[in-house]
Design a protein around this ligand. Sequence first.
Ligand code: SF4
Ligand code: FES
Length: 249
Amino acid sequence: MNFTLKIWRQKSAGDPGRMVDYAAANIIPDMSFLEMLDVVNEGLIARGEEPIAFDSDCREGICGTCSLVINGVAHGGQKGTTACQLHMRHFTDGETIVIEPWRAKAFPVLRDLVTDRSAFDRVIQAGGFVSVNTGGAPDANSLPVAKVASDRAMDAAQCIGCGACVAACKNASAMLFVSAKVSHLSLLPQGRVEKDRRVAHMVKQMDAEGFGNCTVTGSCEAVCPKEISLSFIAQMNRDYGVALLKGTK
Ligand code: SF4
Ligand code: FES
């Protein structure tokens, strides 16, 4: 397969950046999107040109590192699929493909398609943990967890922290990410102890990082590679309201 790529190139955070055209030739349909970019980069390096910078790590859809807006859609528009798990067979031979980084004030572009997503780390540092001393490993049945609660906690725990929800949202809201991280801990007995403080601190940090508010357009849920449900945002709003009413600081 052959493609024309229009790729965002930006030397550094201060560089205004621009779209540059590249040819991707002789691409095997079963290559992943990132493997296709590897092939393009091999050609650039062979010609002595600067390769295109992009993020990746696991390339298995589990780490949340890959972060490309492909033809205007975060992760490329295949339902429940990260950019690293997107394959070239889903494109049309001869197609022009536009590739951009996440676009959000809280995720500044560092270089080309690489953005700084440390804002998410700081939100997690604000409360995304369980700090009780659990001692040794407890007996398996000493802390029963209802199946409904464990299933819902695991649904939330699927969030890989990629940031596609922010990139897709017109408000650059991080509420799908934050609500997933708040919920997967607070739904379980071990995480319930710090529930109020967790949600208050994480929402405060989310606002401080410059993420926008949620206006329930649902674009986050539509692009989320782990199909995190919007209902977690509703749950976080309830938990946040309760924490405020209790005067949680
Ligand atoms: S909620 Fe979905 S889109 Fe947002 S960071 Fe988590 S996995 Fe990525
Ligand atoms: S590189 Fe790990 S999820 Fe894509």
